[in-house]
Write a protein that binds this ligand. Structure first.
Ligand code: HEM
Length: 966
């Protein structure tokens, strides 16, 4: 494995014509050594340059370098090297000069290592001495020493360490990445099938599929195959891969001072600039949407590191390193593997009997309709051997990536001076006659013993060996092999069966009855509980019929996380739910899909950040609101008041962002909005509304949805008013989300197909009114109720607050770090109450998940309740127990299964705001008051068990008394 677009003398043999499904079958390489015209021109430059050359040459030859062809003035040995296939020329030279020899590429002296023994000796036994990365002019010019592949010293070490551990965090080398690869395989199969057996170009599609794996690790998302930005990126990358192996760029590397003569290096640089411009855009988006609680990939992890090191002026985590590390990984993760896979397909077409044997072996091991797993490899020796042989035979990085010596090295009788370039000629190992029976033939038996079992071969080093610096080592953790393996399968599968639909099935589930499906098995008010019960019988993934509509239910941490994170793009859509269709008509953020959803969500997240979400600005506003909430509660003078009184403050914070100002609690509009939101939420939980959603044609006979639609319209009337006011005072410096939307609409007035139409604007505001108020407010109600129920926990929280926050001052969000118990209590409140048991999704494409086939558009219910109560993740899932978030030393511990805000690309966008509000309101209230049940009500009377089912799970209407702390 090597970095393809940055390869000096490491031209891949990928440029053979293997780009079409009906490819030519001649796969032997031809060679025609010739002195390129640029060199011929150079030879005409006169004697002065040659004289200087001889002077420098004779000075350095004091060291006893290995032998080699005698160099000519100026051009060195370029007369015997075919720059189109330099590895072949070097192979020929090794026949004459042995396994270690010197070659002069123009004025550049290089030591070439050939044959397994020599390369192993150098890269393993003298790993340190041969461990430097050679300085290569074209990369110096493009990266200025940044990134991972061509950096040096401390910078390289830091980047490499960070990259390895981050990639591991994002699943590389683990099950997670295998799942992601299988997911991509799905898309690839669909694409292959769409050609219905007709010829098609495999180059771009395989490039895209392979690249999507590294893209999801880097950016947390894959690209659609038709995405124009993705295609542009791949095109630039491809062009550079070709150019970097071209004679012109090699000549530039030998004679960098003559750079002005060569056009190709300039194109390389221009392409890198363009690639960088694209990446900068991604970084900008990631910066805007950055959420430290939801790092989506390498780029986010880098941004987090940048934040952490913002005060360190010598940090290596600067923007250039972000850029070039990302580019290095993007390039490394794309070209090499996809080229190998293309070789694989070509070889399977060339040798149909081998292809057939693989298919037979797979048919015995893999159930029809199931996906191949990496662990199946052990049972597929022949297939495994073929994949190894593909890599050996295709030999895509014939000269590895140049190294250089870190010190003077005494190696095999020669003295190689520090800093000299070294080429490990991998071709010579992969074609070494003493290690392979038929080195020039494609022969899977190279990896099989007499019994047909798979045998490892020492000389199989397509990824190179040693403690290599740079990306060759990345090749080992980023298992190119795995990818070749799984991606090879669709080709075979495609050519073999052609009848996949018959074998694909939905997950199991209870048999449906006519008309009602499985509704008789559901407690319509507590569907979440019914789903948990059914999971006990049918497993974590099962199919359920809501009336005549099918849905796939996912339960438990593992299944839900796998779906929402590893299959994030497949499960990203929302299904058309009749009531929301009628309310939003596919607009807004919550119930929209596709480009409209992506654009509106991105705009909403960045506007909210600009308005201070998750930052100091909003913290101050929350603290002001807290002050007013405390004053209101004080006015109850210890008398009972409704838990609902807590709603006003969190609601006001969301309104502040939406409308640009808070409301007085007695303001008529505020009171109306609060009432309408409350009524809408209650109606959304009504069984009649569920019936309407299951059987919309019964709408004629049902009333609930009509009442609901009327109330939503009343909310809209108020919102339209605010939108109108904002239009009268247009300004770029938006003070509110509404202002930002209105301004955006104004800016796009002349844009054809702008998504910021009136319907979308009002729907987006409505979504935030509904999603951003009830949720946080209800959680706060629960938190106070639970403190009344467990006074000893309340007391412990108050004691902790007392030790951290000075009396008379307010806690800040930063203080949570010193309040592990309080922080644990707030998390436990959110876990225990399972506020939003599930928010439905649907598949955006045909999806193979856990061995089942989920057709595009099927409703999927990821049960968050089942995650928050998962026995395998929580010690006492049904008890309110803050220890779930504390270690033995009382320190706060994050829990992966803490997913009240859901996860993946469609998670809650208000998470950081809600968390900040919950902490500040909770701490501020408990710092001021002790909450108790009203007189005559004991702690055990307080009702936790049967929550009110609205859109969220609310506590039953109850009262509290607030006693001022001394
Ligand atoms: C305790 C407070 C909150 C909880 C527990 C919560 C939970 C959730 C959950 C579970 C989802 C569904 C995500 C999915 O489908 O996977 C969601 C979506 C959403 N939430 Fe929240 N939320 C809270 C507060 C907020 C706040 C304060 C806002 C805005 C100010 C907000 C705005 C949204 C929006 C717009 C979506 C839809 C995202 C999309 O479909 O792309 N939420 N929330």
């Amino acid at each position: 494995m090597a970095l393809p677009w940055k390869r000096h003398c490491a031209m891949t043999s990928s440029d053979s014509d293997i780009s079409t499904g009906c490819a030519k079958n001649d796969i032997t390489a031809a060679s025609a050594p010739a002195l390129p015209w640029h060199l011929q021109a150079l030879c005409h430059h006169g004697g002065l340059v040659a004289f200087i050359y001889f002077l420098t040459r004779s000075k350095k030859s004091i060291c006893s370098l290995p032998p080699g062809p005698p160099p000519l003035p100026l051009i060195g040995n370029l007369n015997v090297v075919d720059l189109k296939k330099p590895f072949q020329s070097l192979m020929e030279l090794s026949e004459k000069y042995g396994n270690i020899f010197t070659v002069h590429f123009g004025p550049r002296k290089t030591v070439v290592l050939a044959g397994y023994e020599t390369i192993k000796d150098a890269l393993l036994n003298h790993a340190e001495e041969f461990g430097e990365r050679a300085e290569i002019p074209i990369f110096r010019k493009t990266t200025h020493g940044n990134g991972i592949a061509f950096s040096h010293g401390e910078l390289w070490k830091t980047m490499r360490r960070f990259t390895l551990s981050t990639l591991r965090d994002f699943g590389v080398g683990k099950k997670t990445i295998e799942v992601r690869i299988l997911e991509e395989l799905n898309f690839l199969i669909n694409y292959f099938e769409s050609h219905q057996g007709k010829p098609f170009d495999t180059k771009v599609i395989l490039n895209s599929a392979v690249s999507n794996i590294i893209c999801s690790i880097l950016f947390g998302e894959r690209f659609e195959y038709e995405d124009p930005i993705f295609l542009a990126l791949l095109k630039l990358l491809n062009e550079n891969t070709k150019l970097l192996g071209s004679p012109m760029v090699q000549l530039y590397n030998f004679y960098p001072s003559l750079g002005f003569l060569f056009g190709a290096p300039k194109t390389v640089l221009r392409n890198v600039d363009e690639l960088n411009a694209f990446l900068e855009k991604f970084f900008k988006e990631h910066r805007q949407e950055f959420n430290e609680n939801n790092l989506t990939g390498f780029v986010d992890a880098f941004l987090m590191k940048q934040q952490q090191e913002s005060r360190n002026s010598h940090t290596h985590f600067h923007n250039e390193n972000l850029l070039f590390s990302t580019l290095d990984l993007f390039a490394a993760g794309t070209e090499t593997t996809s080229t190998t896979v293309r070789w694989g397909l070509l070889l399977m077409m060339k040798y149909p009997e081998i292809q057939r044997r693989i298919q037979e072996e797979m048919d015995q091991v893999i159930e029809p309709g199931q996906m191949p797993m990496l662990e199946d490899r052990k049972k597929l020796p022949y297939t495994d051997a073929v994949i190894h042989e593909i890599q050996r035979f295709s030999n895509i990085v014939p000269m590895s990536v140049s190294r250089s010596t870190s010190t003077d090295v005494n190696f095999r009788g020669y003295m190689i001076p520090k800093g000299i370039e070294v080429i490990p000629l991998l071709t010579s190992v992969l074609k070494d006659k003493s290690h392979w029976e038929t080195p020039d033939q494609f022969n899977p038996s190279h990896f099989l013993d007499a019994d047909g079992s798979f045998t490892r071969k020492e000389a199989f080093i397509p990824f190179s060996i040693g403690i290599e610096n740079g990306l060759s080592t990345l090749g080992h953790f980023d298992p190119t092999f795995t990818r070749s393996y799984t991606i090879l399968k669709p080709g075979a599968f495609y050519f073999s069966t052609g009848s996949k639909n018959s074998t694909f099935k939905l997950p199991p589930g209870p048999p449906p009855l006519p008309i009602i499906g499985n509704l008789h098995l559901l407690d319509i008010r507590r569907q979440d509980k019914s789903l948990l019960k059914l999971a006990e019988k049918y497993g974590p993934v099962f199919t359920l019929h809501f009336g005549s509509q099918k849905a796939v239910v996912l339960t438990g941490y593992e299944a839900v996380k796998e779906a929402l994170v590893n299959f994030t793009d497949e499960f990203v859509d929302r299904p058309p739910i009749p009531i929301f269709e009628q309310i939003q008509h596919g607009n807004g953020v919550f119930f929209s899909n596709g480009e409209l959803w992506r654009t509106t969500r991105r705009f909403t997240v960045s506007s909210m950040r600009n308005l201070g979400m998750g930052k100091k600005l909003i913290e101050e506003k929350i603290l002001e609101e807290l002050h007013l909430l405390i004053e209101t509660i004080k006015s109850s003078r210890g008398e009972p008041f409704s838990l609902k009184s807590f709603n006003a403050a969190p609601t006001n914070i969301t309104f502040l962002m939406l409308f640009g100002d808070r409301f007085d609690y007695k303001d008529a509009t505020f009171v109306t909005l609060l009432r309408l939101i409350d009524e809408v939420m209650v109606l959304l939980g009504s069984p009649f509304l569920h019936f309407f959603n299951f059987y919309p044609f019964l709408g004629l006979f049902l009333k609930t949805h009509k009442i609901l639609l009327k109330k939503v319209e009343d909310v809209r009337i108020i919102l339209r008013n605010y939108i109108q006011i904002s239009r009268q005072d247009l300004s770029e410096n938006s003070q509110s989300y509404i202002d930002a939307l209105v301004f955006k609409q104004h800016k796009e007035t002349n844009k054809k197909d702008s998504l910021f139409r009136d319907e979308n604007i009002i729907a987006s505001v409505l979504d935030l009114v509904m999603a951003g108020t009830e949720t946080t407010a209800t959680t706060l109600q629960w938190a106070i109720l639970l403190m009344m129920k467990y006074p000893e926990i309340q007391k412990k929280v108050q004691e902790e607050i007392g030790t951290v926050v000075q009396s008379g001052s307010q806690a800040t969000y930063e203080d949570r770090i010193n309040m592990p118990f309080t922080n644990a209590v707030i998390h436990e409140v959110q876990r225990f109450i399972t506020l939003l048991p599930h928010v439905p999704r649907c598949t955006s494409v045909d999806t193979h998940f856990r061995g089942y086939f989920l057709p595009k558009g099927i409703t999927v219910i990821p049960s968050l309740t089942s995650v928050l109560l998962d026995k395998t993740q929580w010690e006492t899932p049904h008890e309110f127990n803050p220890n779930h978030f504390l270690d033995a030393d009382g320190k706060f511990v994050k829990k992966e299964a803490f997913l009240p805000f859901s996860t993946g690309r469609r998670n809650c966008i208000g998470e950081s705001l809600a968390k900040m509000e919950l902490f500040l309101f909770f701490v501020g209230l408990l710092q001021t008051f002790t909450f108790q049940p009203p007189p005559g009500v004991t702690e055990s009377d307080l009702d936790l068990a049967v929550p009110q089912t609205t859109f969220t799970l609310r506590p039953q209407p109850q009262s509290a008394c607030a006693v001022l702390c001394e």
